[in-house]
Each structure stands twice: as structure tokens, then as C-alpha cells.
Design a protein around this ligand. Structure first.
Ligand code: 6R9
Length: 649
């Protein structure tokens, strides 16, 4: 299989009016790495500052002193950049198109309207005592109030921490405690695929957990009017709080390095980490990447199908597009409801020009055959994008041919919660495409491939993907734990940020991400630590030990395969299997639903007691012939047992 066979050249029509052609890309990239100070000083002009920065880059990846600062003497406000500065030129332009779960529900919110709503909520938050530096947790459906809440926090200098609405009460509680969050904004229920999700009930449950006393108030958006419990003195209706507030709220002057938000993500060990993103560098980077990678042109309608609970929603539903004055579409539902044609129907209905989605969504549609798109034309589409996990060439080709009518370049964008914005991706007018490759680095991004000893690998080669210098969108720390930040990202390879991803570089210098090389699995584009799932399982009374690995899954990319050793008094029944499945869903959330649970009387361990996951991964993938060296195992016979009873064959 040669990736050279299918190269899609840059389309002349796209290149003719693109922000960057090949020469522009190369010249800008070269300058960005040769003279980052000059490059990023120039790029800083794309946002409005109270005080324009004179200090541009001050960054160190030295593990004794990881210190990342961009534009540190500049001051600005992110909400002013997403709202106020557009009012004069595009006040009446739609900022957010909201498409409800029900195809009959939609709304257009202008920049003027969004500004007013944001100011009202900002004033309401102030009235509740929220101050600069306080953390506000958002546990929200995909409704405009989610964007309003993020911007309102930004306006008064509060730090938002968005928790995905699919997480469990325990996961929510853990994040409220970790960030010492004083206030939660939620809704009575969210609606997805015609079903209600009890968000407020989940908040109620979360706030019974020890340590959540820090949270004093809960602001509740009335989305469905469904029945909920009410705690007087703590719970407040959102609409009652914002009604009557002034539509004017002066924006707080923030330092470039003041935090804008915290976002929790999973790592290979321990509890989820709250990555800290700051204001100036993040905003410059989100808006610059949004413009160049999607080749966003004035007046276009742009749709990113992610949830605001993930970093993709932060940077490419809210901050990037709004900073650029784009019309951003926010979809409350799921692509399969009421039918699998929904995504195309939304594209036609709102004349979407740029569609940014995930491989798992594409594969799910593809499984229904080409006809699944027959209910729409999708003529408005110009650019397609993919994010979240490697896109297999078959899904890429299908995305291109069926969804994009074989005329839209696909930008496969590799990046992470930690990177804040897109790092490796083609530019539509500049980069010939190879299906399955994220192609080339964005401005200022310096990828390198290292072997496990830390040697730099040159040329066409496979290795561990690192970044050797900072870029403005980079996370600055882990909230409250800078030591862990250093340990996690800067201790594996001296002087470099380690991504946790494996990667191949081909003869043309194109990057092909091969997936995580650590104990993180990627299920439908959602990152999960196997350690998190394991610790949820061993908290169940029947479980003695558990090992979790990913295995190849046609739709989800990776599925969750669990090996469970039961306590002596527990019976391995189908009943218990169901119970454990429910247990994990309850402890973490439905996104962590196990695909396979195999009873494991013993787990393969080294003599020092370390579980050999390499072997468990092979068995889960049904690759039992090439198990490699098992001689270091304490008891090699457990492997035969596991192979014999493997679930996936
Ligand atoms: C933005 C986002 C990050 C991890 C990352 C990698 C995988 C994301 C990818 C991709 C291959 C792409 N990943 N985009 N792998 N090609 N285009 O997804 O952030 O949730 O933090 O996940 O996702 O493994 O390390 P996050």
C-alpha cells in the first residue's frame, strides 16, 4: 500500500482566492520558525488589544523550569474580540446559527444580539459575586447559552471550565472540586436524538459529593421545561437572572497570560488533568488557524460538529470563528436523528460552506452506503475538515467523494487539548492532499520524530512525535499542578514537548499520525485514560483487578476491551457483565461504555507485577500469533487461558 498513489493536487479554483498558496505558505512558515518574534508580533495585530504587546515570546521547555509566556505585556479581552469589535461592521450579521435536535427548531443570533446576551449574563454573574479569576463550571447542552456563558466569563475575567454534558455526576464533581468552582451553569435537560438527558439531576447528584461545597450557586437554563428538583438559595433560573440586566457590561482588561479557561482531558495515568489556557496567545492562534486552515472567507457559513465540551468546540465553534467574524453553526443533536441524512440536510438548509467533523461520524454514515446522502445536494460546501483521530483512507475517500461531491479539499487536522489549536494540517490553497495524512506543520509548529532513547530521527521514518519549540496556543500548565505538567509533557525528551502520539514522516515530509503510544485510548474521537476506567472498575465490589485496552473498531476507531479478574465470591455471569457495563457508564459516563468484557482468572504480569498490556492489546485485536516475547511473564499459562476465551474473533 503506497500513500503516493493517491495524491490530490491543490484545486486551481481554491488556490485562486485562498489566503495562502504554496509559496505564501512556505514563506510564512519559514519566517515563523526563523524569526518567531517578528512573525508573531505581526500576527498579534489580528486581535484588538488594550495595550499592544512589546514582549512577544518568552518560552522555556527546560524540565527544571517549564515557563511559557506569549505577549506577556499585552492586555486584551477575548469577548471584546469575539463581539464588540464586530458591532460596527457586522452587528446585524448572524454570529451563531443554532440548529436544534428537532429539525423544526433553529435560530439566528446576530453579533449585536450575542453581545447583548453576553453582557446581560456577565452582569448577572457579577451580581452573584463572580469575580475575575473565579472558576465557573459549564455543564451545558449545545445551545447558544453555552457560547454566551463562555463569552460572559471571558468578559469579566472569570475562568470557564466546560465539562462535557455526557460525563457522569462523579466526573463532574471531580472537576468542580479540582477547579474549586464557585458556580455551575447548566440546563434542566439536554436533548439529543429525541431523548432527554437529565443535566440538572446530574448536577444535583454531583453536588452531594464531599468537597463540592465550594460551589455555591447553580444557574439553570430552561431548555425543555422537564421536571427537576430545586434547592432554594442555591439554584437560580438563568432567564430570571439575566432578564432586566443591562445589555452593557464593560470588559475586564486582561493580561495576555491571564487564564481564559481550564479544560480537563485524560492522560495515561491518574485523574484527568485540567489544562490551563491563557488569553492572548490562545486567541491569536485560534483565529489564525481558523482563517488559514479552513481558508475561511468573509461571509461564509462554517460548521464544526464537535461539542463545546471538547477543545475542538472551544477553538473552532466559539473563539476562532467568532474572533474572525464568521457565522458559526451550532448543532444540538446527533447526525443520525431523525435520519442518517441529517448532516447533509443541515448543510443544505443553512448553506454551509465549511464542514469540520470527525472520522467516527463519517464511518458511521459510510456504513449505511452512498445513498445515505441522497436527501441533500451539499452544493454549498467548499472545504471539509477532519479531527479527533486518524482518518483511514477509505473514510477519507468517502468523505471526499460522497459528502463533498468530489470537489472539496479535506483538511485533516492533527492537534490536542494541550495545543489549543491546529498544529499539523494542509492549507487548502497550498498543500496537495494524501488521504490519511495530516500533511505539514502550521506556522510556528516544529515537529520532530524521536526514538525511545531520545535521538532525533531524520528523513522518512517512524517515531514518537514531539514539538521542539512553543507556539502561542500552547497550554501553559495543569491547573494547580505545574509539576505534573512538567512531568507529563517535558520529562520524556529533554527540551521538547512530547505529544503522546506515534507518527511516520514520508519522503515528502508529510506527517502520518499513527495513534497514541501511551495508555490513552481514542474512542470515537474521545480521549480516555485506561487507568481511569480501571480505577472505576476496581471500585466495584465484585472486581479484584481490571485491565483496559483499546482494540480496532470499524466505526469508533477504537473500542474498549476490558479484562476483569473477579473476587473469589463473585460469579462470572452475563448479569454481572451488564452490571459492570452500567457501572462504568455511571462512574465515568456513556462515552466510556465497555464494548467487550472478558473474564480473566489471571492477567499476564511481569515478575515485578506489571501488567503486560502489549499482550492484552494483541489478544483483544485477535492477533494471537505474534505475541512476542512472553518469557518475562510470571505465569505464561494465563495467556493461553485468555486466548482461548477471547471475545473478539
Ligand atoms: C483536537 C483533539 C488529542 C488526540 C491526539 C491524537 C488524536 C486528534 C487527530 C488525531 C490523528 C488527527 N488526534 N486529531 N490523530 N489525526 N487529525 O482531538 O484533542 O481530545 O485532546 O485528542 O487525538 O491521538 O493526541 P484531544
Amino acid at each position: 500500500m503506497s500513500e503516493q498513489q493517491n495524491v490530490y493536487p491543490v484545486s486551481d479554483a481554491i488556490a485562486a482566492k485562498a489566503w495562502a498558496d504554496k509559496d505564501t505558505y512556505q514563506a510564512m512558515y519559514q519566517q515563523s520558525v526563523d524569526d518567531p518574534e517578528a512573525f508573531w508580533s505581526e500576527q498579534a495585530k489580528r486581535v484588538d488589544w488594550f495595550k499592544f504587546p512589546s514582549k512577544i515570546k518568552h518560552t522555556s521547555f527546560d524540565p527544571h523550569n517549564v515557563d511559557i509566556r506569549w505577549y506577556e505585556d499585552g492586555t486584551l479581552n477575548a469577548s471584546v474580540n469575539c463581539l464588540d469589535r464586530h458591532l460596527e461592521t457586522r452587528g446585524d450579521q448572524t454570529a451563531i446559527i443554532w440548529e436544534g435536535d428537532d429539525p423544526n427548531d433553529a435560530a439566528h443570533i446576530s453579533y449585536r444580539d450575542l453581545h447583548e446576551r453576553t453582557c446581560q449574563l456577565a452582569n448577572a454573574l457579577k451580581a452573584q459575586g463572580v469575580k475575575k479569576g473565579d472558576v465557573v463550571t459549564l455543564y451545558m447542552p449545545m445551545v447558544p447559552e453555552a457560547a454566551v456563558a463562555m463569552l460572559a466569563c471571558a468578559r469579566i475575567g472569570a475562568v470557564h471550565s466546560v465539562v462535557f454534558g455526557g460525563f457522569s455526576p462523579d466526573a463532574l464533581a471531580q472537576r468542580i472540586i479540582g477547579a474549586k468552582s464557585k458556580l455551575v451553569i447548566t440546563a434542566d435537560e439536554s436533548v439529543r436524538g429525541g431523548k432527554q438527558v437529565p443535566l440538572k439531576d446530574n448536577v444535583d447528584a454531583a453536588l452531594t459529593r464531599d468537597g463540592t461545597e465550594v460551589c455555591e450557586k447553580v444557574l439553570v437554563v430552561k431548555r425543555t421545561g422537564g421536571e427537576i428538583e430545586w434547592k432554594e438559595g442555591r439554584d437560580l433560573w438563568y432567564h430570571e437572572q439575566v432578564d432586566g440586566q443591562s445589555t452593557d457590561c464593560p470588559a475586564e482588561e486582561m493580561k495576555a497570560e491571564d487564564p481564559l479557561f481550564i479544560l480537563y482531558t485524560s492522560g495515561s495515568t491518574g485523574a484527568p488533568k485540567g489544562l490551563k489556557h491563557t488569553t492572548g496567545g490562545y486567541l491569536v492562534y485560534a483565529s489564525l488557524t481558523h482563517q488559514y486552515v479552513f481558508d475561511y472567507q468573509e461571509g461564509e457559513v462554517y460548521w464544526c460538529t464537535a461539542d463545546v465540551g471538547w477543545v475542538t468546540g472551544h477553538s473552532y465553534i466559539v473563539y476562532g470563528p467568532l474572533a474572525n467574524g464568521a457565522t458559526t453553526l451550532m448543532f444540538e443533536g446527533v447526525p443520525s436523528y431523525p435520519s442518517h441524512g441529517r448532516m447533509g440536510e443541515i448543510v443544505d438548509k443553512h448553506k454551509v460552506n465549511i464542514l469540520y467533523t470527525a472520522p467516527t461520524a463519517i464511518r458511521a454514515l459510510m456504513a449505511h452506503g452512498d445513498n445515505v446522502m441522497d436527501s441533500s445536494q451539499r452544493d454549498s460546501l467548499r472545504i471539509l475538515g477532519s479531527v479527533g483521530e486518524p482518518i483511514n483512507p477509505e473514510a477519507w475517500e468517502w468523505f471526499y467523494r460522497v459528502i463533498g461531491n468530489a470537489k472539496c479539499p479535506i483538511v485533516d487536522t492533527w492537534w490536542q487539548t494541550e495545543t489549543g489549536g491546529i498544529m499539523i494540517a494542509p492549507l487548502p490553497g497550498a498543500t496537495p492532499l494524501k488521504p490519511g495524512s495530516a500533511t505539514l506543520p502550521f506556522f510556528g509548529v516544529q515537529p520532530a520524530l524521536f526514538d525511545s532513547e531520545g535521538n532525533t530521527l531524520e528523513g522518512a521514518v517512524d517515531g514518537n512525535l514531539v514539538l521542539t519549540d512553543s507556539w502561542p496556543g500552547q497550554a501553559r500548565s495543569i491547573w494547580g499542578d505545574h509539576e505534573r505538567f512538567t512531568q507529563t509533557y517535558f520529562s520524556t525528551y529533554k527540551g521538547a514537548y512530547f505529544t503522546g502520539d506515534g507518527c511516520r514522516r514520508d519522503e515528502d515530509g508529510y506527517y502520518w499520525i499513527t495513534g497514541r503510544v501511551d495508555d490513552v485510548i481514542n474512542v470515537s474521537g474521545h480521549r480516555m485514560g485506561t487507568a481511569e476506567i480501571e480505577s472505576a472498575l476496581v471500585a466495584h465490589e465484585a472486581v479484584a483487578e481490571a485491565a483496559v485496552v483499546g482494540f480496532p473498531h470499524d466505526i469508533k476507531g477504537q473500542g474498549i476491551y476490558i479484562y476483569v479478574t473477579l473476587n473469589d465470591d463473585a460469579e462470572p455471569t452475563d448479569e454481572l457483565r451488564k452490571e459492570l457495563t452500567q457501572w462504568v457508564r455511571k462512574e465515568i459516563g456513556p462515552i466510556a461504555s465497555p464494548d467487550v468484557i472478558q473474564w480473566a482468572p489471571g492477567l499476564p504480569k511481569t515478575r515485578s507485577g506489571k501488567i503486560m498490556r502489549r499482550i492484552l492489546r494483541k489478544i483483544a485485536a485477535n492477533e494471537c500469533d505474534g505475541l512476542g516475547d512472553t518469557s518475562t511473564l510470571a505465569d505464561p499459562s494465563v495467556v493461553d487461558e485468555l486466548i482461548e476465551h477471547r471475545a473478539n474473533r
